[in-house]
Ligand binder design. Structure first.
Ligand code: PMP
Length: 393
């Protein structure tokens, strides 16, 4: 891989991957640069031009509960879910957010009783997405607080359970674990797309979060959306975003709309099952399939590591029967290596240690959505780690 000395976050291009610096491969973040190659190929079909006079107003759709939601974006969200069959959109309100991160905070605000004497408990089954506890407690809200691993939750009071499926970090398909009547569920379905996991049926939950960051890779546009059944909850989420950022960038919504339209349009011509097509989800599926094959081969070469196994499933969208090929590898260091993050660091691979996810230091999370050059370099390096002795080298 080509590594530029000038590489920095602000000068990032495909030729100077920010993921590799001074020989250190950084796969600690979930940056979806893998998709860059696909979008380069589509050329001007997804270029958006916004004139100086456009998108000036704060308002997008004053008749809608979510008054800053661009109708073009809302329409294509519904169209894409119908096409893929991964979520029910009927009788749902669409709320747009600056990434699903903002929607996560909006949801916590909307679900917490305003006048309770104690903050509402927020739980998720370990290993959970490392940002949940950080985001929940960052401003030390009086409305809600992080209450840890849902498996260990024993309180007898109202709570919010975050159900991430497929899960970040381990890629497993999940369901709620606490299952008590005082609980409210939030389903984070950022990875429920056919390049990562077989789509089994349309998700039909009360509150579902999605993001273009993981759907098409446009993390930099900072656009996410929530599908919300209850009108009052949708109103409160909208209020949160109003008081937080007075809406969500129209420029970004219009760009995201254009990109999602291009994804949906490509299926109008070829049909969902065409093998020859250059459709977006086929591209994503094929890259992920190849990467997971490389990853499992490298891991199987030594006895130092292991990866989770996934059940076979048939995808209602593609018709393919396959095992999940998640956006992250939840890698376990076997044997006496207790701190997997340190161990990999000594081999110049940056990962995120299991502790951040409420789990053991024997695990690390590795992003599989980097650019090809970076991923191949990682596989090469992983393959050369053969013995525990190299730890001390
Ligand atoms: N939820 C999950 C499970 C994620 O992995 C991420 C991104 N890493 C997000 C939410 C946030 O995504 P964004 O704010 O970019 O939409």
């Amino acid at each position: 891989a080509h590594v530029s000395k000038n590489t920095s976050l602000v000068t990032s291009t495909a030729a100077t991957p920010t993921e590799v610096r001074d020989g250190v491969i950084d796969l600690g973040h979930g940056d979806p640069t893998m998709y860059e190659r696909f979008w380069k190929r589509t050329g001007d079909k997804t270029t958006v031009v916004i004139s100086g006079w456009q998108s000036i107003s704060y308002f997008s759709d004053v008749g809608n509960i979510c008054w800053f939601l661009e109708p073009e974006f809302a329409n294509v969200v519904v169209r894409l879910h119908r096409l893929v069959g991964n979520a029910v959109t009927e009788d749902r309100h669409v709320v747009v957010g600056t990434g699903s991160s903002q929607l996560f905070l909006a949801v916590l605000y909307a679900l917490s009783p305003p006048n309770a004497s104690e903050p509402m408990d927020v739980v998720s089954a370990a290993p959970f997405y490392s940002s949940y506890p950080l985001m929940t407690d960052f401003l030390k809200s009086g409305l809600y607080k992080w209450a840890g691993d849902a498996h260990k939750y024993g309180e007898d009071r109202p709570y919010i359970e975050l159900v991430t499926s497929p899960n970040n970090p381990d890629g497993l398909i999940r369901q709620a674990v606490v299952n008590r009547s005082e609980g409210i569920l939030v389903h984070d379905l950022a990875y429920y797309w056919p390049q990562y996991a077989p789509i089994s049926s349309p998700a039909d939950q009360d509150i579902m979060l999605f993001t273009v960051s993981k759907t098409t890779g446009h993390a930099g546009s900072r656009i996410g959306w929530a599908l919300v059944k209850d009108e009052d909850i949708a109103k409160k989420m909208t209020k949160f975003i109003e008081l937080n950022t007075i809406g969500v960038s129209k420029d970004s919504q219009l760009r995201a709309a254009k990109i999602l339209q291009a994804v949906a349009d490509s299926y109008d011509n070829v049909g969902c099952n065409s093998e020859e097509s250059e459709t977006f989800f086929d591209y994503g599926y094929n890259v992920m399939k190849k990467r997971w094959k490389q990853l499992r081969e490298a891991v199987n070469k030594s006895s130092l590591f292991s990866l989770p196994d996934f059940p076979l499933g048939t995808c209602t969208f593609s018709g393919r029967t396959f095992k999940s090929q998640p956006a992250f590898a939840w890698l376990k260091c076997e044997g006496e290596i207790e701190d997997c993050e340190n161990f990999l660091q000594s081999h110049k691979v940056v990962s995120r240690g299991g502790k951040h996810f409420g789990d053991s230091t024997k695990y690390v999370r590795i992003c599989t959505l980097s650019r090809d050059e970076t991923f191949n370099l990682f596989i090469e390096r992983l393959s050369t780690i053969k013995t525990r002795n190299s730890y001390t080298n």
